[in-house]
Design a protein around this ligand. Structure first.
Ligand SMILES: [Cu+2]
Length: 401
């Protein structure tokens, strides 16, 4: 009887046949010995892991104590919807710069030109030509907070692109940055190894796709590390308008791109750089709609009572979802995940998740004049800047909360 037979059928062979054979007795002795060694080794591992965990806990405690001791509190004047100070968490070794602001933050916020949220007109003609020029620039992500970004055109997010379902879209990427970049369009069905390939500094690439899938889609740089390229501002939204007559006509169309920012410094002096440890821990310092904390609190989006307002929302992430909600109303119609088939729509829902790397379209009709905040209802996001106001009926004043 060979040992290989025991190896392949251990249970039945061990019970009924091994007793008749002397080499089976020897085998059991070997097996017992091996089991004994295994138990001893596992025991040793358990002791080592305990010691390791103990050391790691000590190291974490030391780091937390160090950060807590060294953290500075930044004064910030009251600006709606943001953190009330710079608080380093006692349980984390990552220092937060959430809420950092200069003393003239309120003036800076008022003087800031908001990113245009209004959906631009769809490109005319059979082919929509989109030219993205990647540049390394310093952007403002909150009042007085500077960030070294890799951005399409003027800043982050990149330009809102509006095409019609079925239209041909020609993308050209010119890389004026210092390192390779690329552009991945979620609305495209193309071989990504070719279309989304890296473009060397100083070079351009073009590719074409037909926008057959309606909805609102993310586009972004797909060069490794993608987490860093997205977090540094290389993202935007493309609206693929459904065929005429599919959706009720909207009186206003607004595009919001949600994203997070991970800062290696407060950005009040020299521009902040990306912090990979915070990005991996998913601990942003700022979260924004259209790249700047609270910009539509100071400069609200507008509507008239009873108008149909359509929000095209993309969550660029890079890692956190957006739980889209409008305070004071209920979303009349939601097209979750940007599925624009009216048969799939949801009606009269309070909050709808837009996943990182995804989109959602939301129709609201508000009859009563007032200031209606739109937020990600994951409320840490609001404290970090992901909040704006819809001013219905041109009312005066601002939100007290
Ligand atoms: Cu890139």
């Amino acid at each position: 009887m060979s040992t290989s037979r025991y190896a392949s059928h251990p249970a039945p062979a061990g019970r009924s046949k091994a007793v008749d054979s002397s080499d089976s007795v020897a085998l059991w002795a070997v097996v017992s010995l091996l089991l004994g060694i295994l138990v001893a080794v596992l025991g040793l591992f358990a002791v080592m892991m305990w010691a390791d965990a103990h050391n790691a806990k000590d190291a974490a405690n030391r780091a937390a104590a160090k950060v807590s001791g060294g953290a500075t509190t930044t004064d910030r004047p009251g600006m709606p919807g943001m953190a009330a100070g710079n608080t380093a968490s006692a349980v984390s070794s990552l220092q937060s710069y959430a809420g950092a602001a200069p003393t003239n933050a309120a003036e800076l916020a008022a003087a800031h030109t908001p990113y245009p949220a209004t959906l631009p007109a769809a490109a005319a003609g059979a082919v929509a030509n989109v030219h993205l020029r990647l540049t390394d620039i310093t952007v403002q992500i909150a009042p007085g907070v500077k960030y070294s970004a890799w951005a399409w055109a003027g800043g982050a997010p990149g330009p809102v692109i509006h095409v019609r379902q079925g239209q041909q879209v020609k993308i050209t990427l010119t890389n004026n940055g210092a390192i390779p970049h690329s552009v991945d369009f979620h609305a495209a069905r193309v071989a990504p190894d070719k279309a989304f390939a890296d473009v060397a500094p100083g070079s351009s690439v073009s590719y074409t796709f037909r926008a057959n899938d309606p909805g609102v889609f993310m586009y972004h740089c797909g060069t490794k590390p993608v987490l860093m390229h997205i977090a540094n501002g290389m993202y935007g939204a493309i609206v693929v308008e459904p065929k005429p007559g599919v959706l009720p006509k909207a009186d206003r169309d607004y595009v919001l791109v949600a994203s997070e920012w991970y800062l290696g410094s407060d950005g009040l002096g020299s521009p902040a750089q990306f912090d990979m440890a915070k990005a991996h821990a998913r601990q942003p310092d700022w979260m924004t709609f259209n790249g700047y904390a609270g910009q539509y609190v100071q400069h609200p989006l507008v509507a008239k009572p009873g108008e149909l307002v359509r929000f095209w929302v993309v969550d660029a992430g890079p890692s956190l979802d957006t739980d889209f909600h409008i305070v004071g109303t209920v979303l009349n119609t939601a097209y979750p995940f940007g599925d624009m088939n009216p048969a799939d729509a949801l009606h009269d829902v309070q909050t709808v998740t837009v996943p990182a790397g995804g989109g959602g379209v939301f129709d609201v009709k508000i009859d009563k004049p007032g200031l209606y905040p739109f937020v990600s209802h994951a409320f840490a996001a609001v404290d970090e800047g992901q909040v704006g106001l819809l001013n219905v009926g041109g009312v005066h004043g601002t939100m007290s909360h």
